[in-house]
Design a protein around this ligand. Structure first.
Ligand code: FMN
Length: 197
């Protein structure tokens, strides 16, 4: 491998979540989206169950997603009385600010060979690969888990069954500027306990 540790450190530490508010009208080339998905597919996976499933929305597909999620939000929240017009409008408008949106699904192994949490963790590893690949290509992206993510009624729209999970959406766009938000993390030393003897 010709990649140096320094290059990997830089890629990982400079990766940032970039939100639709900073995306331009430009479209990310589908070949880059395919590279992002190919790298997602190389995430670690216990017993090779490869639980990640993706539905990619672009072009008119973004409008389809926008309509679906806004309508579903209305339907569910009108039943329980929590409907919020602003949230509804956000669900309708946000997809249209993106170049592509990738719905992130976890497909449960039919033989349940590993605990469910391991399938969720493997899918999260796949999403980190997507984040890093997008960053390497200079594409903006972030993982969002708001809106209809945890609605049972949403699953079938994304080809998922009741035993599967929708884990959110990876939003993608071409950033308008090279300015990146500053990364914020507490020091790793506060999160490690070494046992040496
Ligand atoms: C599982 C998961 C869910 C997330 N959901 C949201 C979300 O719903 N809305 C949001 O603005 N950011 C979301 N994020 C992105 C985080 O806000 C972001 O990673 C954090 O602010 C750190 O910024 P960075 O990614 O630029 O380092 C999510 C991240 C993860 C890992």
């Amino acid at each position: 491998m010709s990649i140096t540790p320094e290059q990997i450190n830089k890629l990982i530490q400079n990766r940032r979540s970039l939100y639709p508010a900073v995306y331009s009208d430009e479209t990310v080339d589908d070949t880059i989206i395919e590279a992002i998905l190919e790298n997602a597919n190389w995430a670690p996976t216990h017993k090779l169950t490869q639980p990640w499933r993706f539905t990619v929305f672009s072009g008119e597909g973004l409008k389809k997603l926008a309509d679906f999620q806004a309508d579903l939000y209305r339907k569910v929240t009108e039943t329980d009385g929590s409907f919020d017009q602003k949230k509804y409008e956000k669900l309708q408008k946000k997809p249209l600010l993106c170049s592509h949106i990738i719905a992130i699904g976890m497909k449960r192994d039919s033989k349940e060979r590993v605990p469910e949490i391991e399938e969720v963790m493997a899918t999260a590893c796949a999403v980190q690969n997507m984040y890093l690949t997008a960053s390497a290509y200079g594409v903006g992206g972030y993982w969002g888990t708001g809106g209809i993510t945890y609605y049972e009624e949403a699953k079938s729209f994304f080809g998922l069954g009741s035993e599967d999970k929708l884990l959110g959406f990876f939003y993608l766009g071409v950033p308008r500027t090279d300015n990146r938000p500053e990364g914020r993390r507490d020091s790793i030393s506060e999160k490690i306990h070494w046992v040496r003897e």
